[in-house]
Write a protein that binds this ligand. Sequence first.
Ligand code: BES
Ligand code: ZN
Ligand code: ZN
Length: 497
Amino acid sequence: MNIKFIKNTLPTSDAHIVFVYADREMSGTAEKIDKETNGLISRAMDVGHFEGKFGQMIDLVAPTNLDINRVLVVGLGKESALDEVKVQKIGGKIMAKLISSGDENISIAADTPKNANISGAEFAAHLGYGIRLRRYRFDKYFTKEAESKKPSVIAVSLMTPAVKNALKLFTELDFVADGVQLARNLVTEPGNVVYPESYAEKIKELSTLGIDVEVLTEDEMEELGMGSLLGVGQGSACESHMVIMHWNGSENDDEPPVAFVGKGVTFDTGGISLKPGAGMEDMKFDMGGSAAVVGAMKALAGRNAKVNVVGIVGLVENMPSSTAQRPGDVVTSMSGQTIEVINTDAEGRLVLADALWYTQDRFKPKLIIDLATLTGAMMVALGQEYAGIFSNNDELCENLTTAGSQVDELVWRMPIGAAYDKMIDSKIADMKNIGGKYAGSITAAQFLQRFVNDVPWVHIDIAGTAWKTEGSDVADRGATGYGVRLLDQFVRNSYED
Ligand code: BES
Ligand code: ZN
Ligand code: ZN
Protein backbone atom coordinates (compact mmCIF):
# COMPACT_ATOMS: atom_id res chain seq x y z
CA MET A 1 0.00 0.00 0.00
CA ASN A 2 1.23 3.42 -0.98
CA ILE A 3 0.76 6.52 1.20
CA LYS A 4 1.06 9.87 -0.62
CA PHE A 5 0.79 13.50 0.37
CA ILE A 6 -0.79 15.75 -2.23
CA LYS A 7 -2.11 19.31 -2.55
CA ASN A 8 -5.64 20.00 -1.58
CA THR A 9 -7.59 19.49 -4.79
CA LEU A 10 -10.72 17.40 -5.18
CA PRO A 11 -9.50 13.94 -6.10
CA THR A 12 -10.69 11.08 -8.17
CA SER A 13 -10.86 8.19 -5.76
CA ASP A 14 -13.08 5.37 -4.63
CA ALA A 15 -13.54 6.68 -1.12
CA HIS A 16 -13.11 10.23 0.03
CA ILE A 17 -12.81 11.01 3.73
CA VAL A 18 -13.87 14.33 5.21
CA PHE A 19 -13.72 15.41 8.83
CA VAL A 20 -16.24 16.99 11.13
CA TYR A 21 -15.45 18.25 14.63
CA ALA A 22 -17.57 18.11 17.77
CA ASP A 23 -20.98 19.76 17.57
CA ARG A 24 -21.04 19.12 13.83
CA GLU A 25 -18.50 21.76 13.00
CA MET A 26 -17.42 20.91 9.48
CA SER A 27 -13.87 21.07 8.20
CA GLY A 28 -13.40 23.20 5.08
CA THR A 29 -13.68 20.26 2.70
CA ALA A 30 -16.74 18.82 4.43
CA GLU A 31 -18.42 22.20 4.10
CA LYS A 32 -17.49 22.46 0.44
CA ILE A 33 -18.87 19.02 -0.39
CA ASP A 34 -21.99 19.78 1.63
CA LYS A 35 -22.61 22.87 -0.53
CA GLU A 36 -21.90 21.09 -3.80
CA THR A 37 -24.36 18.35 -2.91
CA ASN A 38 -27.20 20.55 -1.64
CA GLY A 39 -26.63 19.59 1.98
CA LEU A 40 -25.94 15.87 1.69
CA ILE A 41 -23.63 15.81 4.70
CA SER A 42 -25.89 18.00 6.86
CA ARG A 43 -28.85 15.77 6.12
CA ALA A 44 -26.90 12.60 6.78
CA MET A 45 -25.76 14.03 10.11
CA ASP A 46 -29.37 14.71 11.06
CA VAL A 47 -30.60 11.31 10.00
CA GLY A 48 -27.65 9.42 11.53
CA HIS A 49 -27.54 11.26 14.89
CA PHE A 50 -24.03 12.28 14.04
CA GLU A 51 -22.49 14.76 16.46
CA GLY A 52 -18.90 14.74 15.25
CA LYS A 53 -17.75 12.75 18.26
CA PHE A 54 -14.27 11.27 18.14
CA GLY A 55 -14.31 8.23 15.85
CA GLN A 56 -17.96 8.53 14.83
CA MET A 57 -18.50 7.73 11.14
CA ILE A 58 -21.14 8.00 8.44
CA ASP A 59 -20.63 6.10 5.23
CA LEU A 60 -22.38 7.80 2.28
CA VAL A 61 -22.80 6.72 -1.28
CA ALA A 62 -21.61 9.75 -3.23
CA PRO A 63 -24.08 11.47 -5.56
CA THR A 64 -23.41 11.02 -9.26
CA ASN A 65 -22.15 14.58 -9.77
CA LEU A 66 -19.03 13.76 -7.72
CA ASP A 67 -16.21 11.66 -9.14
CA ILE A 68 -16.14 9.47 -6.01
CA ASN A 69 -17.96 6.28 -5.00
CA ARG A 70 -18.30 6.98 -1.35
CA VAL A 71 -17.86 9.80 1.12
CA LEU A 72 -16.90 8.77 4.60
CA VAL A 73 -17.62 11.44 7.17
CA VAL A 74 -15.41 10.99 10.23
CA GLY A 75 -15.81 12.74 13.59
CA LEU A 76 -12.70 14.15 15.25
CA GLY A 77 -14.27 15.31 18.50
CA LYS A 78 -13.15 18.58 20.07
CA GLU A 79 -10.65 20.31 17.85
CA SER A 80 -8.63 21.68 20.76
CA ALA A 81 -8.24 18.18 22.21
CA LEU A 82 -6.55 16.70 19.13
CA ASP A 83 -3.07 15.32 19.65
CA GLU A 84 -0.72 13.00 17.76
CA VAL A 85 -2.02 9.79 19.32
CA LYS A 86 -5.65 10.72 18.66
CA VAL A 87 -4.86 11.49 15.05
CA GLN A 88 -3.06 8.14 14.67
CA LYS A 89 -6.14 6.45 16.09
CA ILE A 90 -8.37 8.20 13.56
CA GLY A 91 -6.07 7.05 10.76
CA GLY A 92 -6.29 3.53 12.16
CA LYS A 93 -10.08 3.64 12.42
CA ILE A 94 -10.35 4.74 8.79
CA MET A 95 -8.06 1.92 7.70
CA ALA A 96 -9.95 -0.66 9.74
CA LYS A 97 -13.18 0.47 8.16
CA LEU A 98 -11.95 0.44 4.56
CA ILE A 99 -9.25 -2.23 4.48
CA SER A 100 -11.38 -4.88 2.79
CA SER A 101 -14.19 -2.61 1.57
CA GLY A 102 -13.40 -3.20 -2.08
CA ASP A 103 -12.20 0.40 -2.45
CA GLU A 104 -8.72 0.68 -3.90
CA ASN A 105 -7.92 4.36 -3.83
CA ILE A 106 -8.65 6.47 -0.82
CA SER A 107 -8.29 10.20 -0.49
CA ILE A 108 -8.41 12.01 2.81
CA ALA A 109 -9.12 15.71 3.14
CA ALA A 110 -6.58 16.42 5.87
CA ASP A 111 -7.57 20.07 6.28
CA THR A 112 -5.30 21.88 8.73
CA PRO A 113 -6.92 22.02 12.18
CA LYS A 114 -7.39 25.63 13.17
CA ASN A 115 -7.64 25.50 16.95
CA ALA A 116 -5.49 22.52 17.85
CA ASN A 117 -2.02 22.02 19.28
CA ILE A 118 -1.10 20.18 16.15
CA SER A 119 0.03 21.61 12.82
CA GLY A 120 -1.37 20.73 9.42
CA ALA A 121 1.77 18.74 8.60
CA GLU A 122 1.58 16.82 11.87
CA PHE A 123 -2.09 16.13 11.34
CA ALA A 124 -1.52 14.64 7.89
CA ALA A 125 1.65 12.74 8.86
CA HIS A 126 0.14 11.11 11.95
CA LEU A 127 -2.98 10.15 10.00
CA GLY A 128 -0.66 8.38 7.56
CA TYR A 129 1.23 6.73 10.42
CA GLY A 130 -1.97 5.39 12.01
CA ILE A 131 -3.12 4.14 8.62
CA ARG A 132 0.13 2.30 8.03
CA LEU A 133 0.15 0.74 11.52
CA ARG A 134 -3.43 -0.49 11.18
CA ARG A 135 -2.91 -1.83 7.66
CA TYR A 136 -0.54 -4.50 9.04
CA ARG A 137 -1.83 -7.99 8.47
CA PHE A 138 -0.03 -11.31 8.84
CA ASP A 139 -1.49 -13.32 6.00
CA LYS A 140 1.48 -15.15 4.51
CA TYR A 141 0.17 -18.59 5.50
CA PHE A 142 -3.29 -18.25 3.94
CA THR A 143 -3.31 -20.06 0.62
CA LYS A 144 -7.00 -19.81 -0.18
CA GLU A 145 -8.35 -16.63 1.29
CA ALA A 146 -11.55 -15.33 -0.37
CA GLU A 147 -10.98 -12.23 -2.51
CA SER A 148 -13.62 -10.37 -0.50
CA LYS A 149 -11.54 -10.76 2.67
CA LYS A 150 -8.27 -9.61 1.17
CA PRO A 151 -7.25 -6.00 1.62
CA SER A 152 -8.44 -3.92 -1.30
CA VAL A 153 -6.79 -0.59 -0.56
CA ILE A 154 -3.84 0.13 -2.84
CA ALA A 155 -3.20 3.81 -2.30
CA VAL A 156 -4.03 6.47 0.27
CA SER A 157 -3.66 10.13 -0.69
CA LEU A 158 -3.53 12.59 2.15
CA MET A 159 -4.56 15.99 0.89
CA THR A 160 -2.82 18.73 2.80
CA PRO A 161 -1.57 22.24 2.14
CA ALA A 162 1.64 21.24 3.98
CA VAL A 163 2.82 18.53 1.57
CA LYS A 164 6.54 19.00 2.07
CA ASN A 165 6.60 19.08 5.87
CA ALA A 166 4.04 16.31 6.18
CA LEU A 167 6.13 14.06 3.98
CA LYS A 168 9.27 14.86 5.97
CA LEU A 169 7.57 13.99 9.25
CA PHE A 170 5.92 10.91 7.85
CA THR A 171 9.22 9.60 6.50
CA GLU A 172 10.60 9.57 10.07
CA LEU A 173 7.48 7.88 11.42
CA ASP A 174 7.57 5.38 8.60
CA PHE A 175 10.93 4.09 9.86
CA VAL A 176 9.39 3.53 13.27
CA ALA A 177 6.51 1.69 11.60
CA ASP A 178 9.12 -0.50 9.86
CA GLY A 179 10.42 -1.47 13.30
CA VAL A 180 6.91 -2.13 14.63
CA GLN A 181 6.15 -4.27 11.60
CA LEU A 182 9.32 -6.31 12.06
CA ALA A 183 8.51 -6.89 15.74
CA ARG A 184 4.94 -7.95 14.92
CA ASN A 185 6.18 -10.34 12.23
CA LEU A 186 8.74 -11.94 14.53
CA VAL A 187 6.20 -12.39 17.31
CA THR A 188 3.53 -13.82 15.02
CA GLU A 189 5.77 -16.32 13.25
CA PRO A 190 5.37 -19.76 14.81
CA GLY A 191 8.07 -21.50 16.81
CA ASN A 192 9.00 -23.81 13.94
CA VAL A 193 9.89 -20.80 11.82
CA VAL A 194 11.40 -18.44 14.39
CA TYR A 195 13.77 -20.48 16.57
CA PRO A 196 17.14 -19.33 17.92
CA GLU A 197 19.23 -20.03 14.79
CA SER A 198 16.71 -18.70 12.28
CA TYR A 199 16.02 -15.72 14.52
CA ALA A 200 19.72 -14.86 14.71
CA GLU A 201 19.95 -15.09 10.91
CA LYS A 202 17.00 -12.74 10.58
CA ILE A 203 18.63 -10.22 12.92
CA LYS A 204 21.80 -10.33 10.83
CA GLU A 205 19.79 -8.80 7.99
CA LEU A 206 19.80 -5.54 9.97
CA SER A 207 23.45 -5.09 9.08
CA THR A 208 22.31 -3.55 5.77
CA LEU A 209 21.10 -0.58 7.84
CA GLY A 210 24.51 -0.07 9.42
CA ILE A 211 23.82 -2.10 12.56
CA ASP A 212 26.73 -4.29 13.57
CA VAL A 213 25.40 -7.75 14.51
CA GLU A 214 27.32 -10.37 16.51
CA VAL A 215 26.03 -13.83 17.33
CA LEU A 216 27.41 -15.82 20.27
CA THR A 217 27.43 -19.61 19.98
CA GLU A 218 26.78 -22.02 22.84
CA ASP A 219 30.52 -22.69 23.08
CA GLU A 220 31.24 -19.01 23.43
CA MET A 221 28.53 -18.59 26.06
CA GLU A 222 29.87 -21.63 27.89
CA GLU A 223 33.28 -19.98 27.88
CA LEU A 224 31.75 -16.82 29.35
CA GLY A 225 30.09 -18.86 32.10
CA MET A 226 26.46 -18.29 31.12
CA GLY A 227 25.17 -21.36 32.92
CA SER A 228 21.85 -19.71 33.69
CA LEU A 229 20.88 -19.01 30.08
CA LEU A 230 22.35 -22.26 28.76
CA GLY A 231 20.41 -24.32 31.28
CA VAL A 232 17.14 -23.09 29.78
CA GLY A 233 18.08 -24.15 26.26
CA GLN A 234 19.67 -27.47 27.18
CA GLY A 235 16.53 -29.51 26.56
CA SER A 236 16.07 -28.16 23.04
CA ALA A 237 17.47 -29.50 19.79
CA CYS A 238 18.06 -25.87 18.82
CA GLU A 239 21.32 -24.22 19.71
CA SER A 240 20.88 -21.19 21.99
CA HIS A 241 22.29 -17.85 20.92
CA MET A 242 22.89 -14.41 22.23
CA VAL A 243 22.73 -11.70 19.62
CA ILE A 244 24.35 -8.31 20.08
CA MET A 245 23.35 -5.37 17.90
CA HIS A 246 25.33 -2.13 17.92
CA TRP A 247 24.14 1.14 16.52
CA ASN A 248 26.64 3.97 16.84
CA GLY A 249 24.73 7.05 15.79
CA SER A 250 26.15 9.51 18.30
CA GLU A 251 28.61 12.15 17.07
CA ASN A 252 30.83 11.09 19.94
CA ASP A 253 32.01 7.55 19.22
CA ASP A 254 33.08 6.96 22.83
CA GLU A 255 29.72 7.93 24.28
CA PRO A 256 28.64 5.02 26.54
CA PRO A 257 25.65 3.29 24.96
CA VAL A 258 22.09 2.96 26.07
CA ALA A 259 21.36 -0.77 26.40
CA PHE A 260 18.17 -2.58 25.48
CA VAL A 261 17.96 -6.19 26.61
CA GLY A 262 15.23 -8.61 25.51
CA LYS A 263 13.88 -12.00 26.50
CA GLY A 264 13.84 -14.16 23.39
CA VAL A 265 12.30 -17.49 24.38
CA THR A 266 11.22 -18.58 20.91
CA PHE A 267 8.85 -21.11 22.44
CA ASP A 268 8.07 -21.66 26.11
CA THR A 269 6.61 -25.07 26.84
CA GLY A 270 7.52 -24.61 30.50
CA GLY A 271 10.18 -27.30 30.19
CA ILE A 272 9.89 -30.18 32.67
CA SER A 273 7.52 -27.96 34.68
CA LEU A 274 5.32 -28.31 31.61
CA LYS A 275 2.58 -25.79 30.94
CA PRO A 276 -1.02 -26.99 30.50
CA GLY A 277 -1.91 -27.78 26.89
CA ALA A 278 -4.77 -25.32 26.47
CA GLY A 279 -3.42 -22.07 25.09
CA MET A 280 0.17 -23.26 25.00
CA GLU A 281 0.38 -22.22 21.34
CA ASP A 282 0.41 -18.60 22.52
CA MET A 283 3.86 -19.18 23.96
CA LYS A 284 5.38 -18.54 20.54
CA PHE A 285 5.10 -14.91 21.63
CA ASP A 286 7.54 -15.42 24.50
CA MET A 287 10.22 -13.68 22.46
CA GLY A 288 8.18 -10.44 22.41
CA GLY A 289 10.73 -8.57 24.53
CA SER A 290 13.52 -9.43 22.13
CA ALA A 291 11.31 -8.52 19.16
CA ALA A 292 10.75 -5.07 20.66
CA VAL A 293 14.51 -4.64 20.99
CA VAL A 294 15.16 -5.81 17.42
CA GLY A 295 12.33 -3.63 16.08
CA ALA A 296 13.58 -0.60 18.00
CA MET A 297 17.11 -1.10 16.65
CA LYS A 298 15.67 -1.19 13.14
CA ALA A 299 13.67 1.98 13.74
CA LEU A 300 16.63 3.86 15.23
CA ALA A 301 19.05 2.85 12.50
CA GLY A 302 16.43 3.48 9.81
CA ARG A 303 15.92 7.05 10.88
CA ASN A 304 19.59 7.52 11.67
CA ALA A 305 19.09 8.30 15.36
CA LYS A 306 21.89 10.31 16.95
CA VAL A 307 22.60 7.93 19.79
CA ASN A 308 24.80 4.96 20.66
CA VAL A 309 22.69 1.92 21.46
CA VAL A 310 23.34 -1.75 22.03
CA GLY A 311 20.56 -4.29 21.76
CA ILE A 312 21.17 -7.66 23.39
CA VAL A 313 18.79 -10.56 23.06
CA GLY A 314 18.99 -14.02 24.61
CA LEU A 315 17.49 -16.56 22.21
CA VAL A 316 16.54 -19.98 23.57
CA GLU A 317 13.81 -22.55 23.27
CA ASN A 318 12.41 -23.99 26.52
CA MET A 319 11.67 -27.68 25.89
CA PRO A 320 11.15 -30.78 28.02
CA SER A 321 13.40 -33.68 27.04
CA SER A 322 15.87 -36.12 28.53
CA THR A 323 18.53 -33.42 28.35
CA ALA A 324 16.32 -30.70 29.83
CA GLN A 325 17.16 -29.18 33.19
CA ARG A 326 15.27 -30.57 36.16
CA PRO A 327 13.42 -28.77 38.91
CA GLY A 328 15.94 -28.57 41.73
CA ASP A 329 19.00 -28.22 39.49
CA VAL A 330 21.52 -25.62 40.56
CA VAL A 331 23.15 -23.52 37.86
CA THR A 332 25.94 -20.96 38.01
CA SER A 333 25.31 -17.67 36.22
CA MET A 334 27.92 -15.52 34.52
CA SER A 335 27.89 -13.24 37.56
CA GLY A 336 29.13 -16.18 39.65
CA GLN A 337 25.89 -16.29 41.63
CA THR A 338 24.21 -19.69 41.86
CA ILE A 339 20.52 -20.35 41.22
CA GLU A 340 18.30 -23.19 42.35
CA VAL A 341 15.86 -23.81 39.50
CA ILE A 342 12.68 -24.69 41.37
CA ASN A 343 10.42 -24.25 38.36
CA THR A 344 11.73 -24.64 34.82
CA ASP A 345 8.84 -22.50 33.57
CA ALA A 346 10.31 -19.44 35.26
CA GLU A 347 12.94 -19.42 32.52
CA GLY A 348 12.82 -15.87 31.21
CA ARG A 349 14.59 -14.51 34.26
CA LEU A 350 17.30 -17.16 33.87
CA VAL A 351 17.94 -15.96 30.33
CA LEU A 352 17.92 -12.30 31.32
CA ALA A 353 20.23 -12.87 34.30
CA ASP A 354 23.13 -13.68 32.00
CA ALA A 355 22.10 -11.19 29.31
CA LEU A 356 21.99 -8.36 31.87
CA TRP A 357 25.31 -9.31 33.39
CA TYR A 358 27.00 -9.61 30.01
CA THR A 359 25.61 -6.21 28.98
CA GLN A 360 27.06 -4.44 32.01
CA ASP A 361 30.32 -6.33 31.95
CA ARG A 362 31.08 -5.64 28.32
CA PHE A 363 29.45 -2.29 27.55
CA LYS A 364 29.31 -0.28 30.80
CA PRO A 365 26.08 1.26 29.49
CA LYS A 366 24.65 4.52 30.83
CA LEU A 367 21.37 2.79 31.46
CA ILE A 368 19.64 -0.51 30.80
CA ILE A 369 16.07 -1.15 29.76
CA ASP A 370 15.02 -4.79 29.61
CA LEU A 371 11.79 -6.03 28.08
CA ALA A 372 10.24 -9.44 28.66
CA THR A 373 6.99 -11.37 28.53
CA LEU A 374 8.05 -12.42 31.98
CA THR A 375 5.06 -13.31 34.14
CA GLY A 376 1.43 -14.31 33.81
CA ALA A 377 0.94 -12.37 37.05
CA MET A 378 1.58 -9.15 35.15
CA MET A 379 -1.55 -9.76 33.09
CA VAL A 380 -3.50 -10.43 36.25
CA ALA A 381 -2.36 -7.11 37.69
CA LEU A 382 -2.54 -4.75 34.71
CA GLY A 383 -4.41 -6.55 31.93
CA GLN A 384 -3.53 -5.68 28.38
CA GLU A 385 -3.51 -1.90 28.77
CA TYR A 386 -0.34 -1.07 30.68
CA ALA A 387 3.03 -2.79 30.91
CA GLY A 388 4.54 -2.92 34.39
CA ILE A 389 7.85 -1.18 35.04
CA PHE A 390 10.24 -2.00 37.87
CA SER A 391 13.26 0.15 38.45
CA ASN A 392 16.06 1.36 40.71
CA ASN A 393 15.79 4.89 39.31
CA ASP A 394 12.93 7.40 39.64
CA GLU A 395 14.02 9.67 36.82
CA LEU A 396 14.23 6.83 34.35
CA CYS A 397 10.72 5.74 35.33
CA GLU A 398 9.38 9.22 34.79
CA ASN A 399 11.02 9.47 31.41
CA LEU A 400 9.59 6.15 30.31
CA THR A 401 6.15 7.04 31.59
CA THR A 402 6.22 10.27 29.59
CA ALA A 403 7.45 8.53 26.45
CA GLY A 404 4.78 5.86 26.89
CA SER A 405 1.94 8.33 27.02
CA GLN A 406 3.30 10.22 24.00
CA VAL A 407 3.08 7.08 21.84
CA ASP A 408 0.24 5.29 23.62
CA GLU A 409 2.41 2.43 24.84
CA LEU A 410 1.57 2.88 28.48
CA VAL A 411 3.62 1.82 31.51
CA TRP A 412 2.73 1.68 35.18
CA ARG A 413 5.35 1.58 37.92
CA MET A 414 5.30 -1.35 40.31
CA PRO A 415 7.14 -1.54 43.65
CA ILE A 416 10.31 -3.48 44.42
CA GLY A 417 12.20 -3.75 47.71
CA ALA A 418 13.97 -5.85 50.32
CA ALA A 419 10.81 -7.51 51.65
CA TYR A 420 10.13 -8.95 48.20
CA ASP A 421 13.77 -9.72 47.58
CA LYS A 422 14.06 -12.14 50.45
CA MET A 423 11.26 -14.24 48.98
CA ILE A 424 13.74 -15.61 46.46
CA ASP A 425 16.40 -16.70 48.96
CA SER A 426 17.21 -20.40 48.51
CA LYS A 427 18.18 -23.03 51.07
CA ILE A 428 20.96 -24.45 48.93
CA ALA A 429 22.07 -21.71 46.54
CA ASP A 430 22.34 -17.91 46.35
CA MET A 431 18.76 -17.66 45.16
CA LYS A 432 15.88 -19.64 43.73
CA ASN A 433 14.10 -18.78 40.52
CA ILE A 434 10.60 -18.37 41.92
CA GLY A 435 9.10 -16.65 44.95
CA GLY A 436 5.96 -17.73 46.75
CA LYS A 437 2.34 -17.60 45.76
CA TYR A 438 2.01 -13.82 45.77
CA ALA A 439 3.59 -10.88 43.93
CA GLY A 440 4.87 -13.05 41.10
CA SER A 441 5.80 -10.15 38.81
CA ILE A 442 7.66 -8.40 41.59
CA THR A 443 9.67 -11.42 42.73
CA ALA A 444 10.63 -11.93 39.07
CA ALA A 445 11.86 -8.33 38.96
CA GLN A 446 13.75 -8.85 42.25
CA PHE A 447 15.47 -11.80 40.66
CA LEU A 448 16.61 -9.64 37.74
CA GLN A 449 17.78 -6.92 40.07
CA ARG A 450 20.22 -9.35 41.64
CA PHE A 451 22.05 -9.21 38.31
CA VAL A 452 22.07 -5.43 38.03
CA ASN A 453 24.88 -3.42 39.59
CA ASP A 454 25.07 0.30 40.09
CA VAL A 455 23.46 1.37 36.82
CA PRO A 456 20.07 2.95 36.16
CA TRP A 457 17.87 0.06 35.13
CA VAL A 458 14.26 -0.53 34.31
CA HIS A 459 12.56 -3.84 33.64
CA ILE A 460 9.38 -3.76 31.53
CA ASP A 461 7.11 -6.79 31.89
CA ILE A 462 5.18 -6.87 28.61
CA ALA A 463 3.34 -10.17 29.19
CA GLY A 464 -0.01 -8.37 28.83
CA THR A 465 0.81 -5.88 26.10
CA ALA A 466 2.83 -7.82 23.52
CA TRP A 467 -0.23 -9.63 22.23
CA LYS A 468 -3.82 -8.44 22.25
CA THR A 469 -6.80 -10.73 22.11
CA GLU A 470 -8.87 -7.86 20.74
CA GLY A 471 -7.79 -5.35 18.14
CA SER A 472 -7.02 -1.70 18.93
CA ASP A 473 -7.20 1.35 16.70
CA VAL A 474 -3.65 0.90 15.45
CA ALA A 475 -3.39 -2.89 15.42
CA ASP A 476 -5.67 -5.77 14.59
CA ARG A 477 -5.82 -8.54 17.18
CA GLY A 478 -2.50 -10.31 17.71
CA ALA A 479 1.03 -9.02 17.98
CA THR A 480 1.19 -5.33 18.85
CA GLY A 481 4.89 -4.65 18.41
CA TYR A 482 4.69 -3.11 21.89
CA GLY A 483 7.92 -1.48 22.98
CA VAL A 484 9.27 -0.32 19.63
CA ARG A 485 7.52 3.04 19.71
CA LEU A 486 8.18 3.39 23.44
CA LEU A 487 11.94 2.86 23.10
CA ASP A 488 12.11 5.08 20.03
CA GLN A 489 10.28 7.91 21.81
CA PHE A 490 12.44 7.47 24.91
CA VAL A 491 15.54 7.90 22.75
CA ARG A 492 14.08 10.97 21.00
CA ASN A 493 13.22 12.67 24.28
CA SER A 494 16.45 11.80 26.05
CA TYR A 495 19.10 12.18 23.36
CA GLU A 496 17.71 13.97 20.35
CA ASP A 497 15.09 16.79 20.12
N1 BES B 1 6.42 -16.75 29.49
C1 BES B 1 5.86 -16.97 30.76
C2 BES B 1 5.03 -15.77 31.24
C3 BES B 1 3.70 -15.58 30.60
C4 BES B 1 2.66 -16.42 30.93
C5 BES B 1 3.50 -14.56 29.73
C6 BES B 1 1.42 -16.22 30.36
C7 BES B 1 2.26 -14.35 29.16
C8 BES B 1 1.22 -15.20 29.48
C9 BES B 1 6.93 -17.23 31.80
O1 BES B 1 8.06 -17.86 31.34
C10 BES B 1 6.30 -18.10 32.85
O2 BES B 1 5.93 -19.18 32.51
N2 BES B 1 6.18 -17.60 34.05
C11 BES B 1 5.55 -18.30 35.08
C12 BES B 1 6.35 -18.08 36.34
C13 BES B 1 5.96 -18.98 37.46
C14 BES B 1 6.41 -20.40 37.14
C15 BES B 1 6.63 -18.50 38.70
C16 BES B 1 4.14 -17.75 35.23
O3 BES B 1 3.95 -16.55 35.08
O4 BES B 1 3.23 -18.53 35.45
ZN1 ZN C 1 7.88 -19.99 31.36
ZN1 ZN D 1 8.51 -17.56 29.34
